[in-house]
Design a protein around this ligand. Structure first.
Ligand code: ZN
Ligand code: ZN
Length: 268
């Protein structure tokens, strides 16, 4: 068993708010430069760049899990993680059935599908920044049925979080963990979010630009970079555990929070 430095919340150029320079190879190269052992790309409501980042990771020797950041009917963001691209694409199929609207690149940004050589393969024209017509609990259950892990995104943030949208951590919700953003600490979260101690807490960067990759990360003591091992670590079982959350305050504040305002303007 060994420690894995993980940043599992990175947006690629497929996210409307992700910079074009967040291409599959660039993400992998920057992650290695930052000393990460394990990453995942979580684009908004889509997994179309997941396979490219995974293949770029294999080429360069970096472990990459399949991921997605889903926006629920309540506009709560949550992260889904899987071992394989196929599982993420199965989730994508369900998500796309419940996602309405067309992207407006001039307003929200381009949604670039790229291959593992950083060649542009096309543009996704769905409204990926939109909310999916599925409740948070339905999304959590669907992710579990597909064999994945479900983690509530940036629970301390003033928009698109459980706390901003629901105001509390619901009793029966079957989350595997909650993510604290790079803007808070465990100590602060404990005083400001009632009931948070019920959940394992992790921190990832939510990077939308290369400079932010690894600006927050979590160390896992696990045997291998797999969903099964991470699940054990999040439950503190069989010697697997979450060692520490690390964050660097200095970062470029450029993420979905900014887009929320633009999004609201268009919908009103
Ligand atoms: Zn988010
Ligand atoms: Zn995000």
């Amino acid at each position: 068993m060994r420690s894995f430095k993980a940043d599992l919340h990175i947006h690629s150029c497929l996210s409307p708010c992700g910079e074009l320079e967040m291409s599959p190879r660039a993400i992998v190269e920057k992650s290695l430069e930052m000393g990460l052992d394990l990453i995942s790309v979580c684009d908004h409501n889509s997994a179309e760049n997941v396979g490219s980042v995974m293949r770029a990771g294999i080429q360069k020797g970096l472990a990459v899990l399949a991921g997605m950041e889903i926006s629920s009917r309540e506009e709560v963001h949550s992260l889904a993680f899987f071992d394989t691209e196929e599982q993420a694409l199965q989730l994508q199929e369900i998500i796309y059935r419940h996602l309405k609207g067309t992207n407006r690149p001039e307003l929200f940004g381009d949604q670039v599908v790229a291959n593992e050589y950083d060649e542009v393969e096309g543009f996704n024209d769905r409204l990926l920044i939109g909310a999916v017509q599925l409740g948070l609990d339905e999304i959590v259950n669907t992710v579990h049925l597909l064999g994945g892990l479900s983690i509530a995104s940036h629970v301390d943030r003033p928009s698109f979080s459980i706390m901003s949208q629901l105001g509390f951590l619901p009793d029966g919700i079957d989350l595997d963990a909650v993510e604290l953003s790079r803007h808070t600490s465990r100590e602060k979260a404990r005083t400001s979010i009632p009931g948070i101690e019920r959940f394992c807490q992790v921190s990832f960067s939510d990077a939308h630009v290369p400079e932010d990759i690894a600006s927050a990360c979590t160390y896992f003591m696990i045997e291998a970079p797999s969903i099964g091992e991470l699940r054990l670590a999040l439950r503190n079982q069989d010697g697997r555990r979450v060692l520490d959350n690390n964050r660097i305050r200095k970062s470029i504040l450029r993420n979905c929070d900014e887009l929320s305002e633009r999004d609201r303007i268009t919908h009103t």
